[in-house]
Design a protein around this ligand. Structure first.
Ligand SMILES: Cc1cc2nc3c(=O)[nH]c(=O)nc-3n(C[C@H](O)[C@H](O)[C@H](O)COP(=O)(O)OP(=O)(O)OC[C@H]3O[C@@H](n4cnc5c(N)ncnc54)[C@H](O)[C@@H]3O)c2cc1C
Length: 461
């Protein structure tokens, strides 16, 4: 290692990966496994990005970022197996709660007990979205028949035309606040269809059993990036936010705080809005810079309350609830695997996140706990401990769970999403074609970008 004139450490490698989230680490691992070398530059002083463990009380680990492993998240399962991290089922015994329009109903499974008209409207909407999504390729959504039309309206506009009852429209909106961290009036219909297509069906997104919320990782999801980073050793450099990427003949020069790396190729594994803040020399060609302005992080907060025991189970409740009373829209039982304590998770998603931001931490906590008490009784209002994570406030994430296009985004700049620019390749869950937005997508995208970089280097380069 030498010192650059700026005082920064100077390194060189075949490949430099920007971002030590699951995607960047998977990219680096793939390169190293293929016999190449890679340096990973991470802005934060930790790895994992949108995956983060926290501790409640005297040692209960909870996930304040991504947590569930879906039924067909094969890459996540394989990685967990390699790292010795076990998966266990999301608790789902007992009845779920639906609290909309001022009425509280109990039900089992995904389908709540609603009037026949509402049930029929929800069933039809799901079937129609699935049918439309079949015509949208997760690789190239902008090539769909009527892509411009589908990209020209929001999910809310589509629901207004196609979903028969107000409660059914509301239910779709509430589900979307957690799935995308956005209100239905913020999402392009084509984006929703892309997402459904990349997951393999609408129900996959919202179901627990057989869907994206099927299982959890014992010890917390952050164990996956931590394990990957450990396997990469000192190739991973923390507290090194990348500010500038220069492309030269035959190489790239990456300038980060405290370190400069010269490499043959760069893999940028960041949410597009954050990639858009890096200075590129020469500037990226149109429409790539547009992506940073139009593919915007969702807004999603996780609020978790710790209790002595999962007391709602004794009342025959699963801990899963959908509510329009606010600010929480969805709850889950996130107690430890052995049930030795009780943890309720409340999601606040979409525009409500911004509204809650304004009222300050204490009032926010009171509002969330009062919502939990409305659902589960007064004990819910007196937790032993409490944590909230507002991802929009995170400098190096800006939101979550993923980034979304509003109208015109996919058709306007979608083709630039994965298209390499010279020696720069793009990873990150947003660029995935399978389970985009999820850990599974982050791994797929990292592996794909690494293969791309390796193949380019073994070719003309
Ligand atoms: C609240 C929440 C709940 C979720 N729930 C689930 C779930 O249950 N199941 C699931 O599968 N997924 C879930 N997700 C999504 C999942 O967490 C993400 O899909 C995945 O972690 C994304 O990984 P990534 O590597 O693509 O991006 P990130 O995790 O965002 O990684 C990007 C990394 O780049 C770093 N970085 C940013 N800018 C720079 C820079 N200029 N220089 C250097 N480094 C930089 C960041 O610090 C970060 O570490 C959830 C996400 C959130 C926020």
């Amino acid at each position: 290692m030498t010192r650059a004139s700026s005082g920064a450490a100077e390194l060189s490698a075949d490949n430099v990966v920007i971002g030590a989230g699951l995607s960047g680490l998977a990219a680096a691992r793939t390169i190293v496994d293929a016999g190449g070398d890679a340096i990973v530059l991470e802005a934060r002083d930790r790895v994992g990005g949108r995956l983060l463990n926290a501790t409640l009380g005297d040692g209960v680990t909870v996930d304040v970022g991504g947590q569930w492993v879906g039924s067909d998240h094969a890459r996540v399962r394989q990685l967990a197996g390699q790292l010795g991290v076990e998966v266990f089922p999301q608790f789902g015994e007992g009845k779920n709660l639906l609290d909309v329009g001022g009425r509280r109903r109990l039900y089992r499974g995904t389908i709540p007990r609603l009037g026949l008209r509402v049930l029929w409207a929800v069933f039809l909407a799901r079937r129609r979205l699935d049918r439309l999504a079949k015509g949208v390729s997760a690789e190239q959504p902008w090539t769909a028949e009527r892509a411009v039309e589908l990209d020209g309206i929001t999910l809310a506009e589509w629901c207004a035309e196609n979903v028969g009852t107000e409660i059914a429209r509301q239910l779709i909106g509430l589900a979307g606040r957690t799935v995308w961290g956005a209100g239905p009036d913020e999402l392009s219909l084509l984006h929703v269809l892309f997402y459904v297509s990349s997951a393999g069906g609408f129900d996959k997104l919202i179901d627990t059993e057989g869907g994206a919320q099927q299982e959890r990782l014992d010890g917390g999801a952050q164990l996956l990036p931590i394990g990957l980073a450990e396997s990469l050793g000192d190739r991973v450099r923390l507290a090194a936010p990348v500010r500038r990427i220069e492309q030269r003949a035959g190489s790239v020069l990456i300038r980060a705080d405290g370190v400069e790396v010269e490499a043959r190729r760069a893999i940028v594994a960041l949410p597009p809005a954050l990639a858009g803040e890096i200075e590129f020399d020469p500037p990226l060609p149109a429409p790539r810079p547009e992506l940073g302005r139009r593919l915007l992080p969702g807004r999603l907060s996780k609020c978790m309350a710790l209790y002595e025991e999962p007391f709602w189970r004794a009342d025959g409740l699963s801990g899963e609830a959908v509510t329009d009373a606010g600010p929480v829209t969805l709850t889950f039982d996130c107690s430890p695997r052995d049930g030795s304590a009780g943890v309720l998770l409340g999601f606040v998603g979409g525009p409500e996140v911004g509204e809650l931001e304004l009222i300050g931490e204490e009032a926010r906590r009171a509002a969330v706990l009062s919502c939990l008490a409305r659902l589960y009784g007064p004990r819910a209002e007196r937790p032993l401990d409490y944590v909230e994570r507002e991802w929009s406030a995170e400098e190096w994430s800006r939101g979550g769970p993923t980034s979304n296009f509003g109208p015109g985004g996919w058709t306007g700049c979608g083709p630039a999403l994965r298209e390499p620019v010279g020696r720069i390749h793009w990873a990150g869950t947003e660029t995935a074609t399978v389970w985009s937005g999820y850990m599974e997508g982050a791994l797929q995208a990292g592996e794909r970008a690494a293969q791309e970089a390796l193949a380019s280097d073994s070719g003309v380069g």
